[in-house]
Design a protein around this ligand. Structure first.
Ligand SMILES: [Zn+2]
Length: 588
């Protein structure tokens, strides 16, 4: 999570737009991003064997013009949507930056889709690489030898990666920081579920203010008791269980608590409160993620609840392993707000599922929006108060505004600014949550996490989520999900063949033109169908109910006056599924 950086971001977006207009030449070389493609395969073969999958993908997706390319199995994920085999793209044995391909198999072993993020190039900058420990990058000069430098930016305190070619020309800069155990013992603890303003259903202000971490009767009363496992060694507890461990990572230097009592009854003026509060939410949400089948997206995590030198920020740091989350203490301590805690954890899940793919305007906005979504889906599972206010304790106050999962922005008016566009993506996901329920919506979101690539755009992501519905839920929710994306103008109108004809409104789908002129014999009747594939045929009856003929339905169907005698006729148009019949009287 990053706050208060709207202005610098706008500048970045502006310069990026300018740089795209530059005419590339040998002296101005840039990284060339790959537009990823998601291919749905309807009658997939069974290649679940790793070697045959690799050979199949190599033959079908690698450009045979350039020999020396190969694939290397990078990761296998198991999720409720099936098995996902991800391969790195190699050239002459070295990886190509950001270039990979993934085969997705259904539970029955059938190949159902391929995510193709293989770099497309038509020439090489150099025939071979002399220096070891490097990689290839696709550039405006073709595939070129390159190397990565990762350093800590002293101002933003984020890892910044720079990609250079072998003439030390900078190709790309990007930031990578987004924002084990012994037998457990269950203890009781007082925490916020997920924060005091949601519990009390109030807005920031009055008795409910940060006031430099001071405790009040109200803020104390907003705590709730939970049960949570800790690790017990040498007579004291550590906040450590499964993948998660509380540690000291950065200033202020506040040692993690090691309680000896089995009831952790801290109030917010004590540092132990942030420790147990963040720990509980990470534990609770992590358990849920495993319970719905996505344990593969979790990994070892160290977290510090008093970090980042007092910044009012938090961040997930994917370049460290074990992964790290640092929660800042500026203004409202971030670790006091369960929504912030889970937002950062959402980045971990996304990174584990699709490492180092947060590049590109849409992809960056979606990364934040879907972390907001997971935080609010979790928040709603605890308490339905303030259901759309993202970071309602840490934000929505004088320090910063927070975000929303109930935005009215639309994709066609997107700004390219992460902290604006994130809301439209989180709102679409929350719409799915409201229609399908939390379990299904979260499962769709997390299955989609395994299909992410750099430079993925929202309409592609929407279609991937639709595909996930066919894999997880036999496509039963496709129309509802589609409507959520249509509402945000991420996808066009829901195809009518996904929905049922509503008999009450069937006539809206059919428009008749030229009926008056037809009666004088001077013009055809034109019948326009909005969704012609939903309708069976047009039957023509005379006034005593004898069927005279029938005409197949096309999007504009013509009835000529010539062969018809004067009189009264009836047109009967039946829906293919039998759900509706439209009748129209015409006079000739
Ligand atoms: Zn974030």
């Amino acid at each position: 999570m990053i706050k208060k950086i709207l202005l610098p971001l706008l500048i970045v977006a502006y310069t990026a737009a300018i740089s795209q207009k530059i005419n590339y030449n040998k002296h101005q070389v840039y990284f060339l991003p790959t537009k990823p493609m998601f291919y749905t395969i309807n009658k997939g073969d069974n290649y679940l064997n790793k070697e045959t999958t690799k050979n199949y993908l190599q033959n079908k997706y690698l450009d045979s013009k350039f020999i020396g390319q190969s694939l290397l199995l990078d990761n296998i994920f198991y999720s409720p949507a099936g098995t996902h085999l991800r391969f790195k793209h190699l050239y002459e044995g070295l990886p190509v930056f950001q270039s990979f391909i993934q085969a997705n198999y259904s539970a029955d072993g059938t190949l159902n889709s391929v995510l193709d993020a293989i770099a497309k190039f038509d020439k090489y900058d150099r025939p071979s690489i002399a220096e070891p420990s490097s990689l290839w990058a696709n550039s405006t000069n073709g595939l070129t030898p390159a190397y990565l430098v990762i350093e800590l930016d002293s101002i933003t305190k984020k890892d910044r990666s720079r990609l250079y070619n072998f003439e030390d020309k900078l190709l790309l800069t990007f930031t990578t920081a987004l924002s084990f155990q012994s037998p457990d013992s269950m203890v009781s603890a007082m925490v916020y579920l997920p924060n005091p303003l949601v519990t009390a259903n109030v807005k920031y202000g009055g008795k409910y203010i940060d006031n430099r971490d001071a405790n009040t009767t109200e803020l104390s009363a907003a705590r709730r008791m939970v049960r949570v496992p800790l690790t017990f060694t040498n007579g004291k507890f550590s906040l450590k269980y499964g993948f998660i461990s509380l540690v000291e990572l950065s200033d202020p230097p506040i040692a993690p608590i090691h309680p000896t009592d089995t009831f952790l009854n801290y109030t917010r003026d004590q540092t132990g409160f942030e420790d147990i509060n963040a720990y509980y939410h990470l534990y609770n949400f992590g358990k849920y993620v495993s319970d719905i089948g996505f344990n593969a997206l979790q990994d070892s995590l160290l977290f510090d609840t008093h970090a980042l030198s007092g910044d009012d920020n938090s961040m997930f740091i994917p370049s460290k392993y074990p992964f790290e989350i640092q929660y800042g203490t500026g203004n409202v301590d971030d670790a006091e707000d369960g929504q912030v805690v889970i937002h950062e954890f959402g980045h971990l899940l996304s990174h584990k599922a699709s490492p180092y793919t947060v590049l590109g305007e849409d992809r960056v906005s979606m990364e934040e929006g879907q972390a907001d979504y997971l935080a609010m889906s979790y928040s709603r599972s605890l308490n339905m108060n303030r259901p759309d206010d993202v970071f309602s304790w840490d934000g929505y106050n004088e320090f910063y505004t927070g975000f929303s999962t109930n935005a009215n922005q639309v994709y066609t008016n997107r700004t390219g600014v992460k902290d604006i566009d994130r809301d439209l993506w989180s709102t679409a996901l929350m719409c799915i949550n409201e229609k399908l329920g939390r379990g299904k919506a979260d499962s769709l979101t997390l299955s989609y996490y395994i299909q992410q690539a750099a430079y993925l755009e929202m309409p592609q992501s929407a279609r991937i989520i639709l595909k996930m519905d066919t894999l997880l839920f036999k496509g039963k929710n496709v129309a509802k999900i589609w409507q959520c994306f249509t509402d945000r103008q991420i996808l066009d109108t829901v195809p009518r063949n996904l929905t049922k004809i509503d008999p009450l409104f069937a006539e809206i789908d059919i428009k008749f033109y030229g009926t008056y002129e037809f009666s004088g014999g001077v013009s055809n009747i034109r019948i326009q169908f909005k969704y012609p594939d939903l309708w069976k045929e047009i039957e023509i009856y005379n006034y005593i109910g004898e069927k005279l003929s029938s005409i197949p339905v096309v999007s504009e169907t013509i009835i000529s006056p010539e062969p018809m005698r004067t009189g009264v006729y009836f047109l009967r148009i039946k829906a293919k599924d039998g759900s509706a019949i439209v009748t129209k009287k015409i006079i000739r």
